[in-house]
Structure formats: structure tokens, C-alpha cells
Write a protein that binds this ligand. Structure first.
Ligand code: ZN
Length: 106
């Protein structure tokens, strides 16, 4: 099965330092091409991957395109950690010192 979900989250271009909304694929919850915005609540009940009882999980994510829409370089980080707390969230912000970290906070 190649099913996955997509998180729309801000990503940073290391070349021009502009940010844009990237599409980060991940597998957690009901995994069926669902589109999540930062802060959305994870849906369950279907092609479930993972455990909804977990209070805090780190999920591997990979970006669909490393191409920057501003400078057309292709150096956007392609792998991300998505933090999911209590299977729900309020916002996502890249870690100040580690731009690959994308956290969903309760
Ligand atoms: Zn750029």
C-alpha cells in the first residue's frame, strides 16, 4: 500500500531563506491521502497506522518536492520529524535551531 497523509507546513529554503507551504507526506492515523493543516486533529478509523493511545509521538515525514518556488533551487530539506502530541495539535513551528523539526503542540 502506498497510502499516506499530507501535512501542509511551512518549510524554509536554505538558499533564498524564504518560506513556503510544503507538502510533507507521513503515515499516522487513518492513512488515506488525508490533507492536514498544522493543528488539525488526527483522524482514526480506517487504514490506521500507529496507536491513538500514545501521548506523544514523532512521525517520519518526507517532502513531496524540494523545489523552492521563489529561487527555483532544489535544496529544501526533504526529511522531517513531525511531532504529534495527544494526537491533536495547535500549531507547528520549526525548531529554532533545527529547521527539520516540525512540532504539533497541544
Ligand atoms: Zn529559495
Amino acid at each position: 500500500m502506498g497510502a499516506f497523509n499530507v501535512l501542509i507546513a511551512e518549510v524554509l529554503c536554505p538558499d533564498c531563506t524564504k518560506k513556503h507551504d510544503g507538502r510533507i507526506q507521513f503515515k499516522f492515523g487513518n492513512t488515506w491521502q488525508l490533507i492536514y493543516q498544522v493543528g488539525d486533529i488526527i483522524k482514526w478509523g480506517g487504514n490506521d497506522i500507529g496507536n491513538s493511545d500514545l501521548k506523544k509521538v514523532k512521525v517520519y515525514g518526507i517532502i513531496e518536492s524540494g523545489l523552492c518556488p521563489y529561487c527555483n533551487n532544489c535544496n529544501i530539506v526533504d526529511e522531517y520529524d513531525i511531532l504529534i502530541k495527544d494526537t491533536a495539535g495547535a500549531r507547528c513551528s520549526p525548531h529554532p535551531e533545527y529547521s527539520r523539526l516540525c512540532g504539533w503542540e497541544w
